[in-house]
Structures are given as C-alpha cells and as structure tokens.
Design a protein around this ligand. Structure first.
Ligand SMILES: [Zn+2]
Length: 327
C-alpha cells in the first residue's frame, strides 16, 4: 500500500518571545496564573529532542519581528543576543530540513508601516483584510527577506490568524510573486485554511500563473495541545487523554485515524504556546506520546513529510489536488 504523508504544523514560534503573550489580550491564563512573556531555550531544545527522536517533519514558523519587538536579524528587545543566536542556530541545525521554515508574516501582532518600521494601530489580520497586491507583495517580501538575512532558505508562508482570507485571491498572487522575487522560486506553499471533518482532506493547487505554482497546505486536525496553556496538570492521565483525541494507545481510533480512513492526509497542527504550555512544556510531552503512537501503529500507512516535500509531491501530480469547494 502506498503511504500517505503525515505532517506537523507548528504555528507561532519565535526566539524567546511569546507572540501569544503579546496578542492574547490578557496577561493571565484561564486558570488565573500569570501568562509568561518568554519561553526559555531549554524548552526549545526539549522540543528539538522530541522532533529528532520521533523523526517528525512538517512546517515550523519563524515570526521575524515577533510582537513588534525588533527583528531576528538586528536583535529583539529584552532578548540576550546569544540566546537569539542559539535559537536560530537550533532551528537551522536541528529542525531543518525536516521542518520547512517560513515566516508567519512580520509580527503576529500589530501590522508594520514598512517605510518606518513603526507599529500601525491594527493587528496584521485586520490590516490584511482590506489590502491588495500593491501592499501585500512588499509586506510578504519583507518577511521573506528577514528570514533570508537570518540565514534561512524558505519558499512558503503561514498566515497569522486568518490573515488575507477576505482577499484570498490577491493574497495568493502576492505570496507567489513575493516568493519568486525574493526566494527565486516558482513553487511556493502557504498555510491559511483548515480542512476538518471533511472526507479526502488534502493540499490543493491554489494558483497557477506564468509558470508559477502556489500550493495551499491545510491543517486537517485540531490543536489538541492548546488546553495545556490553561492548566497546571501534567500527570500521565492528562497527557494520555489529550493524546487519545488524536490517536489512542492501541492505535485503533482518534482523529488521525478518521482522517486516514476518509482518504485524507493527517496534517497535525499545534502552536508554539501549546507546546510551551505557559512554561511547563506539557504539550511537548503530549507530542512525544502522539508521535510515538503514530510511529508504532501507522508506520506502514503514513510517512512524515516536510511542507517542501508535500509541495513537490503536489506539483508532480497537480491534477490529483483540485481546490475544494468552500462556499
Ligand atoms: Zn499563528
């Protein structure tokens, strides 16, 4: 039997700075503890340990101007330059190329005035909703440029929140052109939409134009790690209960199995804050257990793939990946 791709989306990572703290709109967890503004490199390295041990592949965002606090090339407010460099080096040496790295636009917080670098009064999602290619292309080019200056090769972007969904066609053209202009690539990927509770959930060809192709890679599962932000629970019962939602210990049920059985590709999603779990790292332990179960029970049916590998796969057989109907 031909194996299908399994992949892991990780949204919102940035060096040390928690973009979730910046945009959450609260400074408390739901169970009343202070929300932590930063995550240590120790937790980052614990995530790298799991990713390497389990052979995970997927997509890892690097937010280039996290929380409007400077940028990953020139430095971040309140972040020791040695810690910033250690984080960037860790992504390059321990996560890439298993994880395709891409920007999650500039700040995942307030939109940026590109001429001054200053924060605009609205967040990036609200800003994007009224833009077109004239402003989206330079914005995405800036995001790609910062990642390339920091030494990353990249050919895809993640949408902070649902950035661009109101102007999706303009957004798609803009990503494809910005990738061509800055990264020199005709083939690019992006993550905006989720396809959940739908049969046959797979990536699709979002745009073909002048020899360029843009592939949309959706999440097909839910972030079952998120509730770890709002609880101190880190006992085995809690970890197993969260993991069971994706795949049970016997490998026989859970949403990963449902996606597979409906003909789709299991594309898991989590967020950096869901793995960091307000400093407790509980989400990393759940991820370790989920991926252990996937590898133990499904290795004859699925194969871990990075977003760039999925992109190549789709571009090699475009007719098999039509755009789903969203109306
Ligand atoms: Zn995000």
């Amino acid at each position: 039997m031909k194996k299908v791709p399994v992949s892991l989306i990780i949204d919102d990572p940035a060096p040390i700075i928690s973009v979730y703290y910046e945009h959450a709109g609260t400074d408390k967890t739901r169970d009343g503890r202070p929300l932590v503004p930063t995550y240590s490199n120790d937790l980052f390295f614990r995530f790298c340990d799991v990713a390497e041990k389990r052979g995970l592949r997927g997509k890892f965002s690097v937010v280039p101007m996290p929380g409007n606090k400077g940028d990953i090339v020139r430095g971040l407010q309140g972040v020791d330059p040695a810690d910033l460099q250690a984080w960037l080096d860790g992504v390059k040496t321990r996560l890439m190329p298993a994880f395709s790295v891409g920007p999650e636009m500039l700040t995942h917080h307030k939109a940026v005035d590109l001429s001054t670098g200053a924060a605009l009064p609205m967040n990036e999602r609200d800003w994007a909703s009224t833009q077109d290619r004239a402003t989206l292309i330079p914005y995405i080019e800036k995001a790609f440029s910062l990642l390339r200056e920091a030494g990353f090769s990249t050919c895809g972007v993640t949408s902070p929140w649902d950035f661009g969904i109101e102007v999706e066609e303009e957004y798609e053209k803009s990503i494809s052109l910005a990738a061509k202009n800055i990264c020199g690539t005709d083939e690019a990927w992006f993550f905006l939409r989720a396809l959940r509770d739908r049969p046959n959930a797979k990536p699709w060809v979002a745009l073909e134009e002048d020899g360029r192709t843009l592939v949309s890679i959706p999440a097909t599962l839910r972030d079952e790690f998120w509730p770890t932000i709002d609880t101190e629970r880190c006992d085995e019962d809690f970890i197993f209960e969260r993991a069971d939602r994706l795949i049970t210990a016997d490998g026989k049920s859970g949403s990963v199995l449902q996606v597979l059985e409906s003909g789709g590709y299991p594309i898991l999603i989590t967020h950096w804050q869901s793995l960091m779990s307000n400093g407790l790292g509980t989400g990393i332990r759940i991820l370790d257990e989920v991926s252990r179960r996937i590898n133990e029970h499904l290795s004859d049916r699925v194969e871990w793939k990075s977003f760039e590998e999925i992109l190549r796969m789709v571009c090699a057989n475009k007719q098999d990946y039509p755009k789903p109907n969203f109306s």
